[in-house]
Write a protein of this length. Structure first.
Length: 183
């Protein structure tokens, strides 16, 4: 069974930025999956979120302009993009990479049963999950957080860099031990 390392924290504390630093330090070639990035209007207001796979595919996860019956705050959720790009990237990573990246396990993604199953499948595999998870309480997320295979790190502006360094060292050590990969 795989291990998981998830970053959590308040909104805009830098979870995705920290995750990208971890990926860069352990090597993109060892990682598959996806991260999300904000979409901002020219006036700097956030208008949505883009999903980007580690092999370069991208799609809109959520947008203020997206017509959808599924909404989180002001954003319409694009489940088709999440499942056809994001979930597909998770399963590709499960077959080809030691590290599976999921950014984020949060309210937008929880509308997708395929996404939730993919997270469960990663945790049931020998792969290592690296990702981010929402801080606030959600029943499915709260159950997931109780998994003894998961280590959750709460980021703050003050501990971000230390946690990134600690996680990189841990992942490098784990990979040498478990998979013989020198990273």
């Amino acid at each position: 069974m795989g291990q998981g390392y998830l970053l959590t924290g308040e909104a805009q504390v830098g979870k995705t930025t920290a995750l990208k630093k971890v990926i860069q330090a352990i090597g993109l070639e060892h990682c598959g999956g996806f991260y999300t990035e904000e979409i901002r209007a020219p006036g700097k207001d956030r208008t949505g979120f883009r999903l980007v796979t580690l092999d370069g595919q991208a799609g809109i996860l959520a947008s203020v302009e997206f017509e959808s019956p599924i909404r989180v705050a002001k954003y319409g959720i694009n489940l088709e993009s999440l499942e056809s790009i994001g979930v597909a990237a998770i399963y590709t990573a499960l077959q080809t990479k030691p590290f599976v990246v999921i950014d984020e396990i949060g309210p937008m993604q929880l509308f997708s049963d395929a996404f939730k199953q993919a997270v469960i499948d990663v945790l049931g595999s020998p792969r290592t999950l690296i990702g981010t998870i929402v801080l606030r309480a959600y029943p499915w997320v709260d159950e997931l957080k109780q998994q003894n295979r998961l280590q959750i790190y709460k980021l703050t502006p003050y501990n971000r860099e230390d946690i990134v360094e600690r996680l990189v060292l841990l992942l490098k050590s784990e990979q040498r031990t478990n998979h013989g990969i020198d990273i």
